[in-house]
Design a binder for this molecule. Structure first.
Ligand code: PLP
Length: 433
């Protein structure tokens, strides 16, 4: 029988709503707290920093949220993304498991980040905001916001960790090409940046410092708001477009996944592919196929927040400026080793995923960097796509599971999310090879 390689949904099949898992979780996640008063943060407190509609989403318990027409139009530049059967990888592993991957690398920036950048820019724009700030580590989120802001005619200031600014010049050029202003952080255009530089002129920067600079600019510059690319509930909400499409595509393939795997940085691509399938676990009879699906977050061994962290209130940034978040964390001052998967170096797991992990709905595994690059190269040499170093973690865990299935002589269906391609990460591959 001829097997289908790729399932491409027609444009008309793009989901028209995002799914909010907060509506269905058996135990609600605890609230964010104001670090001074230890009282739950109010929407009003957050509206100085984020667009009003995004704050509403952050506090919402509505199950479905309509995707605005303008956002759908921009999604159509690259969505629906393909669901691909990794037949060549299956063959190389000689496994009875069927492996599918959702290919989010086809977006113009090469990752899933645009799924949230577009609505975040849109909601700011319709509120009349004209300036956006953000930070970026490796440059993927900054690139996505650059495209999205340009589409809605807004100015964007990106604070990029100086270390990456110097090591990854192409990402900066991508952002400049879309019209964004990119500052090496610490910079001399914010008070916090100048303070850092006066204390240590050679400072290489950190995500924590870059967040602090972006937040400072957002609250001091007129008509300006800040945006964040992961961790928060509204970001995870936007990313559910991945899983909602995948659900339709699996149905076309006549399959239902037994295992769903994604890499885990702040949780946005993992939640994006998982939450729409997880919702059926809450409502399906115990022991039924939909209730038995396993969800696995693939973390770097250098930053295993879900696997080795503790569940407690912690800051979202290094400087301790954000609200306190109830999450699995390695501590906001945790400094992971310099691994190539810079997008996975965040210290905490966000509140929704953390609650679901505590309640036993989600598993996690930590993988060493060498195993991830081996997996990425096998994937490149079989399926033809060079994966982002972050995505290599999902592939490594997929390969582990496919080999277990071979040992056990068990046929099963594995779905993983290919969060991005690695064509701007050639230096990392070079070093590995
Ligand atoms: C940012 C990024 C990640 C990690 O972020 P999550 O919020 O955990 O998804 C993973 N893969 C790629 C390609 C990224 O750009």
């Amino acid at each position: 029988m001829k097997r289908t390689k790729k399932i491409v949904l027609p444009e008309s099949e793009i989901p028209k709503q995002w799914y909010n898992i907060a509506a269905d979780m058996p135990n609600k996640a605890k609230p964010l707290l104001n670090p001074q008063t230890k009282v739950p943060v109010t929407p009003q407190e957050m509206e100085g920093l984020f667009a009003k509609a995004l704050v509403e989403q952050e506090f919402s318990s509505e199950r479905w949220h309509d995707i605005p027409e303008e956002v759908l139009d921009l999604y159509k530049i690259y969505r629906p993304t393909p669901l691909v059967r990794a037949t060549a990888l299956e063959k190389a592993l000689d496994t009875p498991a069927k492996i599918y991957f959702k290919n989010e690398s086809v977006s113009p920036v090469g990752s899933h980040k645009l799924n949230s950048a577009i609505p975040q820019a849109y909601y700011n724009h319709i509120q009349g905001i004209t300036n956006i700030t953000t930070e970026t580590g490796a440059g993927q989120w900054g690139s996505a916001m650059s495209i999205a802001c340009k589409q809605f005619g807004m100015d964007l200031n990106v604070f990029m960790v100086k270390q990456s600014y110097e090591a990854k010049p192409y990402r900066k050029i991508v952002m400049n090409s879309y019209g964004a202003a990119v500052h090496a952080s610490p910079s001399n255009i914010t008070e916090y940046g100048r303070k850092m530089l006066s204390e240590d002129p050679g400072c290489r920067g950190s995500l924590g410092i870059a967040i602090s600079e972006a937040v400072e600019m957002a609250v001091t510059k007129p008509n300006t708001r800040y945006t964040l690319g992961s961790v928060l509930d509204h970001v995870l909400l936007h990313q559910t477009i991945i899983g909602l499409e995948a659900e339709k595509q699996m149905e076309f393939a006549g399959e239902y996944p037994d295992k769903i795997i994604a890499c885990f940085g702040g949780g946005s691509n993992f939640s994006g592919i998982s939450f729409p399938f997880l919702r059926h676990r809450f409502t399906s009879p115990a022991g039924s196929k939909k209730a038995l699906v396993e969800f696995i977050a693939a973390e770097p061994a250098a930053c295993p927040k879900l696997t080795k962290g503790v569940l407690e209130y912690d800051f979202g940034d290094t400087a301790g400026m954000t609200p306190l978040i109830p999450m699995y964390t390695l501590g906001h001052d945790f400094a992971p080793d310099q691994i190539h998967a810079a997008g996975l170096r965040y210290h905490g797991g966000g509140r929704l995923v953390s609650q679901l992990k505590a309640d036993g709905f989600i598993n996690s595994v930590a993988v060493e960097q060498t195993e991830t690059f081996n997996a990425g190269l096998l994937f490149a040499r079989t399926e033809g796509i060079i994966p982002a170093p972050e995505s290599c973690h999902a592939i490594a865990v997929t390969i582990r599971e496919a080999l277990k299935a071979r040992e056990a002589g068990r046929s099963e269906v594995i779905l993983f999310n290919l969060s991005g391609h690695g064509l701007l990460d050639m230096a990392a591959y070079d070093e590995y090879l």
